[in-house]
Design a protein around this ligand. Structure first.
Ligand code: ADP
Length: 496
């Protein structure tokens, strides 16, 4: 009897395995953290073998924990830290270098040069991305240029390149399958998101041989079967999706105009834009959300650099709260922020301001201001920044949003979500299952194997734990937003 879908959630700091029941309930969850490697200032690496071994041990323990057997698994979904790359030997599976992590800035100079050589528009129009070390292309190029013999081996077709999903698929299938899905491919800066092919112009710009790249398939698709000598059974790997896109799917944001925000250390907003890749110069990224049923769904993506991190600053920097969760308790001690605004532009501001020289400010202080006002204003800054990105998305796609689905650590904060609803003027919904990333991968995997029959069936699973409806008067709302924008203007261009 097939009872569970297995989701592998391979994140930046841990590998996790979750077994979901058909209802979306979590039957078993195991998490294994692994080491971050910082060889130099600004460089970040992972050991690919540790990624693989922590992922495998999480799988084994997740089954053991509830006494589940392989026969009960209806399919495996993979979701992963995006953009991080591994290059390995096609025959032996041995990596030629550590995984270069999305956070790694080692290719910043290369990116600057690409920008000054005028490649920005070409890259944006083909990939929907901005030139940045974040994306995979320059990281692969770095390995080929810096690891002895790598370029010659690549030219002879002896190496495989891939994001973490590809690395896991290769290992899970005993080296038989070298593949990725549209959502991960769209983060490499090598994939043409309109023609859905590896782009020849970009491959030659980055000097990357096509023979080493994975085949690209829909996100809900049978990529291959696990090797029973490794996995204990031959099971279909039937869903693959990058983490943020998987969260959008796990939140059941299946239709155009639906969006989610993940309030983590940073904030990650994704809006489903249906069959249309809206490529604009707004600074938002255009990306593939997923491939399903012969169609590709696109998304707009924007991020807030400092989201939950602002509360970490209150805790660790100012030391006026003991934990991030305390921010709610203290904020409630005052009826509002007393006219105080905090702009947490600690390392510049992203969308829609795009100012690396902006720096944080606390403004609107009077003799009546106390620490609770400052805590509350910091919490509110998360909502204002989120609203700014959503406003930009609505204008870029010409779509009016009608609700916001939320997840991530700070989405536990009711006061934050109440204020978010007020500032947006639309309801904010927190689902019961906040493991939306793994759930998205599980749903995609379950659709490909027939465990789920349709999106409608999946939608039945979605239970809202709490919905926050806007209560603020329109007049107050626009006044607050106006004040916020004035505060942001004062934070801009400070560090010039
Ligand atoms: P990440 O995956 O980026 O590490 P998480 O989704 O685990 O982040 O969320 C962690 C962030 O959420 C931290 O920055 C923390 O300050 C914030 N956070 C956690 N709990 C709360 C809470 N109850 N209220 C507000 N913020 C919170």
């Amino acid at each position: 009897m097939k009872k569970y879908i297995m989701a592998l959630d391979q994140g930046t700091t841990s590998s996790r395995c979750i077994l979901f029941e058909k209802s979306g309930r979590i039957a078993s969850l195991v998490q294994r953290e692994f080491a971050q490697i910082f060889p130099k200032e600004g460089w970040v690496e992972h050991d690919p073998m540790t990624i693989w071994s922590t992922q495998m041990s999480a799988v084994t323990e997740a089954l053991l924990k509830i006494g589940a057997s392989w026969d009960e698994i209806a399919g495996i979904g993979i979701t992963n830290q995006r953009e991080t790359v591994v290059v390995w030997d096609k025959k032996t599976g041995a990596p030629v270098y550590n995984a270069i992590v999305w956070q790694c800035r080692r290719t910043a100079d290369f990116c600057k040069k690409l920008e000054s050589d005028g490649y920005g528009e070409l890259i944006r129009s083909k990939t929907g991305l901005l030139i940045d070390p974040y994306f995979s292309a320059t990281k692969i190029a770095w390995i080929l240029d810096n690891v002895e013999g790598a370029r010659e081996r690549a030219d002879r077709g002896e190496l495989c390149f891939g994001t973490i999903d590809s690395w896991l698929i290769y290992n899970m299938t005993g080296g038989k399958v070298h593949a990725t899905d549209y959502s991960n491919a769209s983060r490499t800066m090598l994939f043409n998101i309109k023609t859905l092919t590896w782009d020849e112009d970009l491959l030659s710009l980055f000097r990357i041989p096509a023979v080493c790249l994975p085949s690209v398939y829909p996100s809900s698709y049978i990529f291959g079967y696990t090797d029973s000598a490794i996995f204990g059974a031959s099971l279909p790997i039937s869903g693959v999706c990058g983490d943020q896109q998987a969260a959008l799917f796990g939140q059941c944001r299946f239709n155009e105009g639906e969006l989610k925000n993940t309030y983590g250390t940073g904030g990650f907003l994704l809006m489903n834009t249906g069959s249309e890749p809206y490529i604009t110069d707004s600074g938002l990224l255009t990306t593939i959300a997923w491939g399903l049923d012969g169609k590709v769904t696109y998304a707009l993506e924007g991020s807030v650099f400092v989201c939950g991190a602002a509360l970490q600053w209150l805790r660790d920097g100012l030391k006026i709260i003991d934990s991030a969760a305390d921010s709610e308790y203290y904020s409630k001690k005052v009826k509002d922020s007393g006219g105080v605004l905090v702009v947490p532009a600690f390392s510049g501001l992203g969308a829609p301001w795009w100012d690396p020289y902006a720096r944080g400010i606390i403004i609107g202080i009077t003799r009546a201001t106390n620490k609770y006002h400052i805590i509350r204003a910091t919490l509110e800054s998360m909502a204002y920044q989120t609203a700014d990105v959503i406003d930009l998305m609505q204008r870029a796609a010409g779509i009016k949003v009608s609700a916001l689905a939320v997840d991530g650590g700070a989405s536990a904060n009711n006061l934050l979500l109440e204020f978010q609803a007020d500032i947006l003027g639309v309801p904010v919904e927190r689902p019961e299952c906040v493991e939306t990333t793994a759930l998205g991968a599980a749903y995609l995997a379950g659709l490909a194997t027939g465990f789920y029959s349709s999106l409608d069936e999946i939608k039945q699973n979605r239970k809202i734990s709490q919905a926050f409806t806007p209560k603020m008067e329109e007049e107050t709302r626009s006044l607050l937003i106006k004040k916020w924008r004035r505060a942001v203007e004062r934070s801009l261009n400070w560090n010039e």
